[in-house]
Design a protein around this ligand. Structure first.
Ligand code: 5GP
Length: 205
């Protein structure tokens, strides 16, 4: 987690730039279906921006640099911690992940609503700066179902899957800090629920 001198400067600059855009944060354990769902949401709400995270993990098959993630080296990631580039950052499953403060500032101050897919540690940091963020936790129907999904995905090693399951358990325990909890049992149903939450929150003052 990032709490040092540079963060104080950074948080002040973020606060000063807050205007009409809203932040929507989606979290949930690895394998719960966040990627599929946020992509469906962006189709439904083409005027929303997606915050493409920076990560030090290697790209998975089919992932595109600059679209799914910005893939960067650990050296660069750490340099950017020092320069205060991240609105939030966290180490998740042995890799670093971060959100660009510049991207959030620019988007929000231009009036765009922004969707973030970040973990619980990152959500806590963002909510500190943006208490009005709309936070949504995606829950798997059961841990067994999550286990099956991670294995079916076939993109992670056995040890990576085990780490993800352990982390999932810890994340699920924090679900109550989120404003909304949506169970992703059937994709279409979960997508409909997310759409109605976002529609309602976008209309709210
Ligand atoms: P994956 O490697 O499976 O794409 O993502 C692993 C975890 O990292 C997911 O829980 C995802 O939500 C989280 N994550 C992705 N981008 C960020 C980010 O910018 N910041 C934080 N804190 N977590 C992120």
């Amino acid at each position: 987690m990032s709490h040092n001198k540079t963060d104080t400067t950074r948080s002040q600059s973020i606060k000063m730039n807050r205007t009409s855009g809203k932040l929507f944060i989606i979290s949930g354990p690895s394998g719960v279906g966040k990627t599929t769902l946020y992509k469906a949401l962006l189709k439904q709400f083409p005027d929303m921006l997606y915050s493409v995270s920076y990560t030090t993990r290697k790209s998975r098959y089919g992932e595109q640099d600059g679209i799914d993630y910005h893939f960067i080296t650990e050296v660069d990631f750490k340099k950017n911690i020092e320069t205060g580039r991240w609105a939030e950052w966290a180490k998740v499953h042995d890799h670093y992940y971060g959100t660009s403060a510049g991207f959030l500032n620019k988007g929000l101050s231009s009036g765009y609503d922004i969707l973030l897919d970040i973990d619980v540690q990152g959500t806590i940091q963002i909510v500190n700066y943006f208490p009005d963020s709309i936070t949504i936790f995606l829950l798997p129907p059961s841990m067994d179902a999550l286990n099956n999904r991670l294995r079916l995905r076939g993109s992670d090693s056995e040890s990576a899957i085990e780490k993800r399951l352990l982390n999932a358990q810890r994340e699920v325990e924090k679900k109550d800090i989120y404003r909304y909890v949506v169970v992703n049992d059937r994709l279409e149903v979960a997508a409909e629920k997310l759409v109605s939450i976002i529609e309602k929150e976008r209309l709210a003052a």
